[in-house]
Design a protein around this ligand. Structure first.
Ligand SMILES: Nc1ncnc2c1ncn2[C@@H]1O[C@H](COP(=O)(O)OP(=O)(O)OP(=O)(O)O)[C@@H](O)[C@H]1O
Length: 663
C-alpha cells in the first residue's frame, strides 16, 4: 500500500561504472539548497494541492499584469463554454423525453424532437466559436508570460554577486530554474483547460444533481482514482528529474566535449573520442534504465487507477439499473443520466489530467520562484553612497576572504595601498591568491574581514554600480564576445557610443590596428567562428583586442579609476609582451592606479611597488631593488627566471626521467 500511497521517494540512481571512472563517484543531486528551507522534498498529494492555488494565483497575476484583456477574454469564453455544456445536456434531456416519454404517433414524436435537436446544434456551434476565441487569446497570453518569466530569470541571474555564481548549490538552482519560464507558459494552457473542465463539470454535476441526488457522488467516485494516479505519476517523474539532473548534466558535458572546438585536437590526437563515446553510451544506458523504471511504475499506477475507476463505473451503472427497476428513475432520465455520466466523467478526467499538468508545471514554476527569491537575496545591492570622484589612494586593509566551499582562506589579513598614478605589481606562486585579490579589489567579492577603501570611503557603504564604473579589468580569460571586432572593443563600456574613429586610439594603443587591418571587413568583421562568414583570431591577437577594450574602458572614464590586469601577456610573443607591459605602465595617470598580476618577472621590475603573496598571505613588499636586496621569495623567483636566459653554462640541467622507458 505504501508503494502506492506513501510519499514519493527519491530513486537511488544506478550509477554506471563510466561515471565512477570519470567523475570519481555518483553524481547526484544533493538537494543542497532545498534542505535549508524544506526538511525533505514535500511531495505528498495534500501538500501539492495546498501549494497549487498560490502558484496558479501567481501565474494568473502575472497574466493579469501582462495582458488583462486577453485573460478576461479567456475567462469569459471558458465560462460561456461551461454554460453551453449545461444547456446542451438540457436539450438532450428534452430530446430524451420527447423520444421515450412522449405520446402520439411516431411522426408526431419525431416532430416534438426537432426543437431540442435544433437547440443542441445551435449550442454546439456557439460552443466551438467560444472555444476558438479562448484558444486565440490564450495563444496571445502564453508567449508573453514566457518572455516575462525568462526576462526575470536572466535579469536575476545576471544581477547576483559573483560569490553566488561560484557557489555550486546556487549554480544548480540556476540550472533547474531554467525550466520555469517554459512551465509558466504551459501553465496558462493548463489553467485554461482546467477552468474549462471545472466549469463544464460543475454544470454537468448540477444537471446530474437535478436528475438524481445519488448520481453526483458516484461520478466523483469514478474520477477520484484517475486523479490520484495522474498526480502520483507526475510526482514520480519530478523526483526522478531532480535525482537525475546531475547525470543528465554529466552526459551532456561529455557530449559537448566530443563536439567542442577547444577539445577537438585532443579528441583526435589522444583518441579521447572513442574513449568518451563509450563512456557516454554507458551513462546513457544507465539513464535509460531509469526511464524504464519510471515507465513500469507509471504503467502499474495507471492500471491500478483505471481498475478502481472501472469498479466505480460499474457501481454507478448498477445503481442506475436498480433505481429504474425500483421505479425511482424514469427511462428518459436514465438516458440523459447515461450521457451526463459519460460527459461528466470525461470532463472530470480532463479536469484531473489538467490539474495534474498544472501540478507538474507548478513544481517547475516553484523552482523558478525559489530561484528568484534566492537570487534576490544574493543580488548586488543597488544604491549606496556615491564614490568620491578624486582620491589619493585605494587601500586594502587586513582583508580576509574564504570561498564558500573551502576550509582555508584564499586571502588572509592582506593589506596593500594603491596610490593614484602608480603601477603596483602582485606576484606569487600558483594558488597564492592573486586572482582572488583582484576580484576583491574590483569589488566583485566583498571582504569577509577587513576593509577595501576608496580614499576614505569603505566599499561596504558605496554604490556598487558606481564602484564598478571605476574599475577596468583585463584577465587572462577575458570574454571573447561572439560579436564584431568593433563591438568587442566597445563592449568595455557598452553604454558609451563610439565610431570607428573613436576606437582608433584604443587600437593604436594596444597594437591591435594591424590585427584589425588583416580582417576581411576591418572593425566590422564578426569574430565568432560559429557563424557563417565570421573570422577567428589567434590567442595573441585576441589579447591585443582585449587590451584595446581595456584602453577604451579606461579612456572613457573621467573620474579616478583603477586598472587591473591579470596575466595580460601570456599569449603574446616576446616583442609584443615587452610592448604590452610598456603600454600597461603608460596607462598609469594622475587619475588612475594600475595593478599588474603576472608570472613574468621582467614585466614586474619597473613597477613602483611590488607585493609578494604566499598561500594567501602577504610575504614581502617593496621596490624591485629592495626586494632583490632582501634575498627572499621575490629574489628567488626573479633569479629562477633570469637563469633561463643566462649563458648556457648556468642553465640548470633538466632532471633525469623518473620513469625508465619500457625495455
Ligand atoms: N571559485 C573558487 N572557488 C573555490 N576556491 C577557489 C576559487 N577560485 C580560487 N580558489 C582557490 O583559492 C586559492 C587562490 O586562488 P587564486 O586563483 O586566487 O590564485 P592565483 O594566485 O591567482 O593562482 P594562479 O597563479 O594559478 O592563477 C586557490 O587555493 C584556489 O584553489
Amino acid at each position: 500500500m505504501k508503494r502506492f500511497f506513501g510519499p514519493v521517494k527519491m530513486a537511488e540512481p544506478r550509477v554506471s561504472d563510466a561515471e565512477q571512472e570519470l567523475f570519481g563517484g555518483p553524481l547526484r543531486y544533493d538537494l543542497g539548497w532545498s534542505q535549508h528551507e524544506h526538511a525533505s522534498l514535500d511531495l505528498t498529494m495534500m501538500s501539492a494541492l495546498r501549494s497549487m492555488p498560490s502558484l496558479v494565483g501567481a501565474t494568473l497575476r502575472m497574466a493579469w499584469q501582462v495582458d488583462r484583456r486577453a485573460l478576461l477574454a479567456v475567462a469569459v469564453s471558458e465560462i460561456g463554454q461551461g454554460i453551453a455544456a449545461a444547456m446542451g445536456l438540457l436539450a438532450v434531456n428534452a430530446v430524451m423525453h420527447a423520444l421515450l416519454a412522449g405520446t402520439g404517433s411516431p411522426a408526431e414524436r419525431l416532430h416534438a424532437l426537432l426543437p431540442g435537436l435544433l437547440a443542441a446544434a445551435a449550442i454546439g456551434v456557439a460552443n466551438s466559436a467560444l472555444s476558438a476565441w479562448s484558444t486565440s487569446r490564450a495563444g496571445r497570453l502564453e508567449p508573453k508570460i514566457e518572455r516575462i518569466a525568462t526576462t526575470q530569470y536572466l535579469a536575476a541571474a545576471a544581477g547576483v554577486e559573483l560569490e553566488a555564481i561560484e557557489d555550486p548549490d546556487f549554480r544548480r538552482l540556476v540550472d533547474i530554474a531554467q525550466q520555469g519560464p517554459g512551465a509558466a507558459r504551459r501553465m496558462i494552457g493548463a489553467c485554461v483547460a482546467a477552468l474549462n473542465g471545472l466549469i463544464s463539470l460543475v454544470t454537468t454535476a448540477s444537471v446530474l444533481a437535478v436528475l438524481h441526488p445519488l448520481l453526483l457522488p458516484l461520478l466523483l467516485l469514478i474520477a477520484a482514482p484517475r486523479g490520484w494516479g495522474a498526480m502520483r505519476v507526475a510526482q514520480e517523474r519530478y523526483v526522478s528529474v531532480l535525482s537525475w539532473i546531475e547525470h543528465v548534466r554529466a552526459s551532456r558535458l561529455i557530449g559537448n566535449l566530443l563536439t567542442e572546438r577547444t577539445a577537438a585536437q585532443e579528441v583526435r590526437l589522444h583518441a579521447v573520442g572513442p574513449f568518451l563515446l563509450s563512456r557516454y553510451e554507458r551513462m546513457a544506458e544507465s539513464a535509460e534504465s531509469e526511464q524504464e523504471r519510471l515507465a513500469s511504475s507509471k504503467a502499474l499506477t495507471e492500471w491500478v487507477a483505471a481498475a478502481l475507476s472501472g469498479l466505480a463505473m460499474a457501481a454507478t451503472y448498477g445503481a442506475m439499473f436498480w433505481l429504474i427497476l425500483a421505479g425511482h428513475m424514469s427511462l428518459a432520465v436514465a438516458g440523459t443520466a447515461v450521457i451526463a455520466v459519460r460527459t461528466g466523467s470525461a470532463s472530470l478526467g480532463g479536469l484531473v489530467m489538467n490539474i495534474n499538468r498544472l501540478h507538474e508545471e507548478s513544481l517547475y514554476v516553484r523552482d523558478h520562484g525559489r530561484f528568484l527569491t534566492q537570487a534576490a537575496r544574493r543580488t548586488i545591492p543597488a544604491g549606496g553612497a556615491p564614490v568620491p570622484d578624486r582620491v589619493k589612494e585605494i587601500i586594502l586593509d587586513r582583508v580576509t576572504y574564504c570561498y564558500p566551499d573551502r576550509d582555508t582562506a584564499a586571502l588572509e589579513q592582506v593589506s596593500l595601498t594603491l596610490p593614484m598614478g602608480s603601477v603596483t605589481a602582485v606576484v606569487g606562486e600558483n594558488g597564492s591568491g592573486k586572482s582572488t585579490l583582484m576580484k576583491v579589489l574590483s569589488g566583485m567579492l566583498l571582504p569577509q574581514e577587513g576593509t577595501l577603501r576608496w580614499g576614505e570611503a569603505d566599499i561596504s557603504g558605496l554604490d556598487r554600480a558606481q564602484y564598478f564604473e571605476r574599475v577596468s579589468l583585463l584577465t587572462q580569460d577575458f570574454q571573447r564576445w561572439p560579436v564584431t571586432a568593433a563591438m568587442n572593443i566597445r563592449i568595455g563600456r557598452p553604454a558609451h557610443a563610439g565610431t570607428s574613429q573613436d576606437l582608433q586610439p584604443s587600437l593604436d594603443y594596444a597594437g591591435a590596428a594591424a590585427v584589425i587591418a588583416k580582417l576581411p571587413d576591418g572593425l566590422h568583421s564578426l569574430l565568432a567562428r560559429m557563424f557563417r562568414g565570421a573570422t577567428e583570431l589567434s590567442g595573441g591577437e585576441w589579447q591585443k583586442v582585449g587590451l584595446a577594450r581595456t584602453h577604451w574602458r579606461s579612456a572613457t572614464s573621467r573620474a579616478d579609476s583603477v586598472l587591473i590586469v591579470d596575466e595580460p601577456t601570456s599569449a603574446l610573443d616576446p616583442e609584443a609582451e615587452i610592448a604590452a607591459f610598456d603600454r600597461i605602465r603608460r596607462l598609469a595617470a594622475p587619475n588612475r592606479a594600475v595593478v599588474l598580476v603576472t608570472h613574468r618577472m621582467s614585466g614586474v621590475r619597473h613597477a613602483d611597488h611590488i607585493y609578494v603573496l604566499n598561500q594567501g598571505r602577504l610575504a614581502e613588499h617593496g621596490t624591485h631593488d629592495e626586494l632583490l636586496a632582501q634575498r627572499g621569495r621575490y629574489a628567488a623567483m626573479f633569479d629562477t627566471q633570469a637563469a633561463q636566459y643566462a649563458p648556457t653554462a648556468s642553465i640548470p640541467k633538466p632532471a633525469e626521467p623518473t620513469v625508465a622507458d619500457p625495455a
